[in-house]
Design a binder for this molecule. Structure first.
Ligand SMILES: C[S@@+](CC[C@H](N)C(=O)[O-])C[C@H]1O[C@@H](n2cnc3c(N)ncnc32)[C@H](O)[C@@H]1O
Length: 143
């Protein structure tokens, strides 16, 4: 598998050098809930449009069942089913809602999350074999 990392604000997808490519896997873990709801309603369809036939999306997002605000973060929590609702035309391979323990701020607390793996049914873009992850921790311009 070939993976190329692109660092940037996923909420500004148009500014990232991705739109000329297509992907077998788009994966995010604990990141898309930082994108405001008004932005992600456009983002996820754009990500679907650059995914190959039978390509996969795998996401883990925080949901609003167990809210704990740490480190002053601004999160637009997903409502139950909100993530899955972006994929009515895709095959849902796994979907799980769960609660996990966390102590990143020194206090033991819980986060609720939804985990989804969905498969594209039809070609959006024929072509390359690659993947993209969503994370900007190592982006110097956004750190
Ligand atoms: C809770 S951490 C999760 C990090 C890693 N994915 C993991 O599972 O350990 C949230 C990550 O989301 C990234 N993030 C937040 N907003 C983002 C955005 N608009 N675009 C891309 N990444 C973002 C942050 O840089 C941070 O690395």
């Amino acid at each position: 598998m070939r993976a190329r990392w692109v660092c940037g604000d996923i909420g500004r997808l148009d500014a990232l050098p991705l739109l000329e490519e297509c992907f077998d896997l788009i994966y995010s873990c604990g990141a898309i809930h930082y994108v405001p709801r008004a932005v992600r309603v456009k983002l996820i369809p754009r990500l679907k449009a650059i995914t190959r036939e039978h390509g996969l999306h795998a996401h883990i997002v925080f949901t609003d069942r167990a809210v704990y605000v740490e480190k002053g973060e601004r999160i637009d929590y997903f409502a139950p089913g909100e993530l899955t609702a972006f994929y009515p035309d895709w095959a849902i391979l796994t979907r799980e809602q769960r609660v996990t323990d966390c102590d990143q701020d020194g206090t033991i607390h819980r986060h609720s999350m939804e985990q989804l793996v969905a498969r594209s049914p039809a070609p959006a873009h024929p072509g390359g074999v690659t993947s993209v992850g969503v994370d900007l921790r190592s982006s110097p311009s956004l750190a």
